[in-house]
Write a protein that binds this ligand. Structure first.
Ligand code: NAD
Length: 261
């Protein structure tokens, strides 16, 4: 495993799910880690202690990434507290499902803010330091929905396609500065975000959860199994290694064959 003890990583939305899995993998590889996301203070404190392999290796910042000012402060505080920000993982995300003609405007805006706008504000704030140091890694946790659509997810699909576009533009602009920028596009991973969708679909269709999982959720995923958080974290770690220095501007699918159709 790559030794990342000289690197600092910020993972937005890392108090649960994929972000937490990525943060855990980076902490195990020795990196200093800034967690971010919502949750109970005591549980978050416990999480920092559990992930850290040495004192002060893992900290948490409670910024709400839907707010541009808070994203800028998150990046600035990470640089100040750890001395640099070498690896930025834009992972925070939320979902809302509704037909486009009924889609509540506040939910549309919230998804754009948390997913796409926060990625832009964080990248804008982090790139100057990365350029100065001549090294950086930016990972945007997009989705299979950054490449293809599903009905009733207009806001999420638009934001995720936006993240993939942003990835390409930033990759071109930073290519000569030792910085890479890539999107990771997972299929379904069984996290809180997906649990909520299973719950909703079961209610809407009046179906048992196991039927929703098999016939609706995993219907699009040819492997017919959920992707594990650890599979996403392993790819994130690889993209931050020296071996991956020529991989930039790509959207890497980890989707059990979903987008091969
Ligand atoms: P999750 O709900 O388990 O975790 C989301 C995290 O984001 C939590 O830590 C939460 O506190 C944080 N968060 C939410 N709003 C925030 C805000 N305004 N400010 C700061 N933090 C905030 O979700 P997940 O499934 O782990 O999703 C992580 C990312 O992966 C998202 O961008 C999601 O769209 C993407 N993704 C998930 C799946 C999947 O199947 N779970 C598939 C493809 C892509």
């Amino acid at each position: 495993m790559e030794n990342l003890s000289q690197k600092t990583v910020l993972v937005t939305g890392s108090t649960s799910g994929i972000g937490l899995g990525i943060a855990r993998a980076f902490a195990q590889a020795g990196a200093k880690v800034m967690l971010n996301g919502f949750g109970d203070d005591a549980l978050i404190k416990q999480l920092c202690a559990e992930l850290a392999m040495r004192p002060n290796q893992v900290r948490h910042h409670g910024a709400n990434v839907a707010e541009a000012n808070e994203v800028r402060r998150l990046v600035a505080d990470t640089e100040q507290e750890f001395g640099a920000l070498d690896i930025l993982v834009n992972n925070a995300g939320i979902q809302f499902v509704a037909p486009v003609e009924e889609f509540p405007e506040q939910d549309w805006s919230a998804i754009q803010n948390v997913v796409l706008n926060s990625s832009f504000h964080a990248i804008k704030a982090a790139v100057p330091g990365m350029k100065r140091r001549g090294w950086g890694r930016i990972l945007n946790l997009a989705s299979a929905h950054g490449l293809v659509a599903s009905p009733f997810k207009s806001a999420y699909v638009a934001a995720k396609h936006g993240q993939v576009g942003l990835t390409k533009a930033v990759a071109l602009e930073t290519a000569e500065h030792g910085i890479t920028c890539n999107a990771i596009c997972p299929g379904y991973v069984r996290t809180a975000l997906v649990e909520k969708q299973i719950e909703n679909q079961a209610k809407v269709h009046g179906l048992p959860r196991e039927k929703v999982i098999r016939d609706i959720i995993l219907a699009v995923q040819p492997t017919k199994r959920f992707i594990e958080v650890e599979e996403i974290a392993a790819v994130a770690l690889f993209l931050c290694s020296e071996s991956a220095r020529s991989i930039t501007g790509t959207a890497i699918s980890i989707d059990g064959g979903w987008t091969a159709r």
